[in-house]
Design a protein around this ligand. Structure first.
Ligand code: H2B
Length: 99
């Protein structure tokens, strides 16, 4: 179910660096190098497959630009915030463990 704008605003405040852009939430992640960016994408892809919820994203060397929305719902749902939180954990873990 699509989230109401006030709910999106509350959830965004709890997240670091995510921004609302129309019907998507977006963040640009920066990593140490390409290897770390690709490790992030690989781990996030496994999570996306498991939950059947996939990011729109692009990679340029050590940057990964992510846009999340629920295409089936035509907007932002809890699934997008669940994926966003997973990505935050993965990025923090990579920085801690191999950064
Ligand atoms: N990912 C995203 N981000 N939004 C969707 O609506 C969506 C998805 N739908 N992954 C899933 C796949 C759907 O197309 C399949 C058929 O389950």
């Amino acid at each position: 179910m699509k989230l109401a704008p006030d709910r999106i605003a509350v959830l965004l405040e709890e997240m670091g660096g995510w921004q609302l852009d129309g019907d998507q939430i977006k963040k640009s992640f920066q990593f140490r190098d390409f290897q770390q960016a690709f490790a992030f994408m690989t781990a996030a892809a496994l999570h996306a497959e498991r939950h059947d919820h996939h990011p729109d994203w692009s990679n340029c060397y050590n940057r990964v630009q992510v846009s999340l929305s629920t295409h089936d719902a035509g907007g932002i749902t809890e699934k997008d915030f669940a994926l966003a939180r997973c990505m935050e954990e993965l990025a923090n873990c990579l920085a801690k463990c191999v950064g």
